[in-house]
Design a protein around this ligand. Structure first.
Ligand SMILES: [Fe+2]
Length: 284
């Protein structure tokens, strides 16, 4: 084993333009009422806990000053694509690889790749919640055990595909039953929805969306496409339920039950496979 490549990157804060700060302001201002209507209460508490500036692109060090004491997580600037194992390994270390670029002012509604609004406003508020933070760590530990398997490429690709699907339908696009006392219906906890002005409402309100109880065997075999509103979403009962399912995912992996998941998207890149050949931390 060799050391994984270093992905750290600096947030050159003074290089943000006035237009980029204005883009952040507009994105934040128009999402705020949607969050109050559709977001899980833990997310709303997270926004408060982080004291995010609604007017300017956040400095990661400011975000981390509030985040670190709560769950030990910190946002870590990255400069581009982070291969699968590297990403999950960061989660196990309570680091969240964070894109620091701002989307163009002409694409407020949709961007296929993450930007700082998706990562900081969509993901990081959830990381203030201890239960949710432990779930992310557990994803990371599952990936470390996958690396330890030293599986041949086809088997490893299937495991990565299964993990990526589970992550997509939960951390990125998950819905959850509204907790007791916060009214009927569903709430959003997935960051792809929490950072999308159009899709957050569509996910909850549209009769075109199929919503089913979160089931591991379904999710790991379910392909998805990233460049459209998701037609199929899964509903977790609670954050405890979600945490338990990540443990179940790991048990399935160790039992070989992820070795033959259905083919199809997402594509597992060569660099994703290679990243699992690096182990940066001891595996227990
Ligand atoms: Fe994301």
């Amino acid at each position: 084993m060799t050391e994984a490549p270093e992905i750290a990157f600096a947030q050159a804060y003074d290089h943000y333009s006035a237009e980029e700060h204005e883009t952040w302001r507009r994105l934040y201002a128009r999402m705020l009422p949607k969050w109050h209507r559709y977001a899980n209460p833990k997310f709303l508490q997270g926004i408060q806990a982080l004291s995010l500036d609604p007017l300017r692109v956040p400095r990661l060090e400011d975000v981390n000053r509030f985040l670190l004491p709560l769950t030990g997580f910190r946002a870590k600037a990255v400069g581009g694509y982070v291969p699968a194992f590297t990403f999950f390994d960061c989660l196990a270390n309570r680091e969240f690889p964070t894109t620091v670029t701002v989307r163009g002012s002409n694409c407020l509604d949709y961007l296929p790749e993450p930007d700082i609004f998706h990562d900081i406003a969509g993901h990081v508020p959830m990381h203030t919640d201890p239960h949710f933070a432990e779930t992310l760590v557990r994803f990371g530990e599952c990936a470390r055990k996958a690396a330890k398997l030293n599986a041949p490429p086809a088997q490893l690709a299937a495991i990565i595909r299964a993990m990526a699907r589970f992550f997509w339908f939960t951390i990125e696009f998950g819905l959850m039953r509204a907790p007791a006392g916060s009214g009927p219906g569903l709430k959003v906890y997935g960051s792809g929805l929490l950072s999308s002005y159009g899709e957050i409402e569509h996910a909850i309100e549209s009769p075109a969306v199929q919503r089913y109880p979160l089931q591991l065997e379904w999710v790991v075999n379910q392909s998805f496409e990233i460049d459209r509103y998701q037609p199929l979403l899964f509903v977790a009962d609670s954050f405890e339920h979600l945490y338990g399912l990540v443990g179940e995912l790991e048990r399935w992996m160790l039992a070989g039950k992820l070795d033959n998941v259905a083919p199809g998207p997402p594509l597992v890149k060569e660099e994703d496979l290679l990243s699992f050949r690096f182990i940066t931390s001891p595996v227990h």
